[in-house]
Design a protein. Structure first.
Length: 363
């Protein structure tokens, strides 16, 4: 889908490499500029997030190597970097410096706090960014510490995906006008933007700023329950007709004691009764009982279990490359399915090829 698009990625951690992986998955030529040594000591020579990319090793502390990056950027449609504000400028690789030789360059910047603001230069991580943006607020039941699946809401959802969307929009503009853009993808902005669905629910009166007090995060029919074997069953039958299917399969259809109610004061006792029933059978028992129904119930699976689930196995959602489990390219397109991602390159695997193509010798 993105064949013919060249993206330069300056090696970083977490969300920026994920954004580069997604663009590579969709067909872009992504060249990652690796450091001479991995940013994390002892890290393997191949990184899953580098799948489908080419690798060139350059030391950005050496002027000749920085010049090579400048020449590489002059051939590119876009660039991705994930450093704190000002780092790339100090290296001589800031957007103004690179766009002077390539005005159509789309310069993607991915940070936690953004390029400006009082905390722009502060350190931080996924949990901090979504805490400040408001996205962490609904992450647990009242009284429990807020927590979400690591990296998914902030680094990936509010960061990498918003960077990719922004860069694709800017690439269309550059194609039409010849003018590039700087994309400031801040995880605090993206994760806050993701909250707009909940904010809409608040304005409609179906969500509350009080944790555990809305049908999405507190109702007994919108929770996870423990099974007899220590597994977990997700239940989210919001609509009354789906809840009726759920009760029927639970064996208490028509029982007034389990009637759906919007009275939050009754939710904990109702959840207790539902939990007692679910705790009597194993996860596999309940998975079989609720299979192919509209009860809106699903088992909570780890990645290996998910890969073996009949639905995901049929779709080929998960695959294994060189002994490492990973998810297949998403999304899918009518009439065009991207090739399976290949093995990630070793660090510097394409250095000679890429520099020769530029006519550059750094030795």
């Amino acid at each position: 889908m993105l064949e013919g698009i060249r993206i330069i990625e300056i090696e970083g951690l977490g969300p920026a490499p994920f954004a580069g992986m997604l663009l590579a998955d969709l067909g872009a030529e992504v060249i990652v500029v690796h450091r001479p040594e991995p940013p994390v000591p002892g890290a393997p020579q191949r990184n899953l997030l580098d799948r489908g990319k080419k690798s060139v090793v350059l030391d950005l502390k050496i002027e000749q190597h920085v010049d090579a990056v400048k020449q590489l950027a002059a051939t590119a449609d876009g660039l991705i970097e994930g450093f704190r504000p000002g780092v790339m400028e100090r290296l001589g690789l800031g957007p103004d410096q690179l766009r002077s030789n390539n005005p159509r360059l789309v310069y993607g910047r991915l940070t936690g706090w953004g390029q400006d603001g009082p905390q722009a230069s502060n350190a931080g991580h996924d949990l901090n960014f979504i805490a400040l943006s408001g996205a962490l607020w609904y992450a647990s039941q009242p009284g429990d510490p807020p927590y979400t699946p690591p990296t998914m809401v902030g680094d990936v959802g509010g960061g990498a995906l918003y960077l990719v969307v922004g860069m694709l929009a800017a690439l269309i503009k550059a194609r039409d006008t010849g003018e590039g853009s700087v994309v400031d993808a801040a995880i605090v902005d993206g994760s806050a933007h993701m909250m707009n669905l909940i904010m809409a629910a608040q304005s409609a009166g179906v969500a509350s700023t009080r944790r555990g007090a809305s049908i999405l995060d507190g109702a007994p029919w919108s929770r996870c329950y423990s099974t007899a074997d220590g597994g977990w069953l997700s239940v989210q039958c919001l609509e009354p007709h789906f809840y009726e299917v759920f009760l029927d399969k639970l064996g208490v259809g028509g029982d007034a004691a389990f009637a759906q109610t919007l009275d939050a004061a009754k939710w904990e006792s109702l959840a207790g009764r539902i939990g007692e029933l679910i705790a009597r059978k194993t996860l596999s028992d309940w998975t079989e009982i609720f299979n192919a129904t509209d009860a809106c119930v699903a088992p909570v699976l780890d990645p290996a279990q998910a890969a073996a689930h009949p639905h995901l196995a049929d779709r080929g959602t998960w695959l294994e490359i060189d002994g490492q489990q990973q998810a297949r390219t998403a999304p899918r397109f009518d009439g065009h399915q991207p090739d399976d991602p290949g093995m990630a390159p070793e660090r510097g695997e394409h250095t000679d090829e890429i520099l020769a193509g530029l006519g550059v010798n750094i030795e």
